[in-house]
Design a protein around this ligand. Sequence first.
Ligand code: AMP
Ligand code: MG
Length: 320
Amino acid sequence: MKSLVPATRSNILKAAEIIKSGGVVSFPTETVYGLGADALNSDAVARIFEIKNRPSFDPLIVHIANINDIKKICHFIPKAAKKLMLYFWPGPLSIVLKKKSVIPDIVTSGLDTVAVRMPNNHIALQLIMKSNTAIAAPSANPFGYLSPTNAAHVSLQLGTKLDLILDGGSTKYGIESTIVSFNHGNPVILRIGSLPIEQIESVIGKVQIMTSSSGQKLQSPGQMARHYSPTTPLKLITSKTKFPSDKSSGLLAFRSPRTSKHFKTIEILSKKGDLREAAANLFGCLHRLERKKLDIIFAEPVPETGLGRAIMDRLRRAAA
Ligand code: AMP
Ligand code: MG
């Protein structure tokens, strides 16, 4: 595929020129691959929605390369939000604040708030700096589908529709950013992600969690119950699960599986049971299982602490 190029200096410059002229580029971040356009150019952002087949009520995250640029985008920055930025940026944390009018409504789906983050990936940071703007970018996958953690995932899913894909290898974290909103003053977690809640609470104290799995009313239209899904049906294993013998089944195991007899294919998230490694491998394993054209994928639950919460959040949505 011609549009897939290594993320060399000169290709990053080429990508920046594409962004400046209103094009759409896929680039690596430390979480997953993004699908980026100039956040201040509504026509360019509209193309992201078109390419992803993303409903217009699902807002995008705006990526910046310099912490001071937040002032150009957002009105008021509460003390606790500032603290989080200083602690965790660049990093896998998106912060929702009241937006300034430079950010077009299409980016935020008409909300008066915007989600902003500074990614911790030098290719992403270079691209944003050389583009001389902020970059609006959702994950580089068709809406609702498995997230891309390497350039091949992007190329296979969206390759022909993009102006350029910068290949920067596999992403370090492999799960989307954690989203914290300060819209109503106090911090609220809208999406569990690559930055564990425990780390956030160690800096600003107890935070409220309000995701679709917490059973409370959603603040953000983008928090779908079903999301991050492979095309093959996925089931989370419980003590009551029976494995059908007449179906070709795959297993997504946390560490080494207790039994392999029911499964045609097995993918292991982390042999040593390390949750960070498991998170980084999650979408890659699911992409491989999906390509096996199985009837069903069974997924083992992982311990729900630290990154395990983000993994379980994605698995529950994939199974919904
Ligand atoms: P993605 O970039 O595909 O991982 O999705 C971005 C997600 O960020 C959306 O689906 C929303 O859940 C969330 N988000 C973005 N902007 C806002 C906002 N202004 N308020 C609340 N949630 C937001
Ligand atoms: Mg996404």
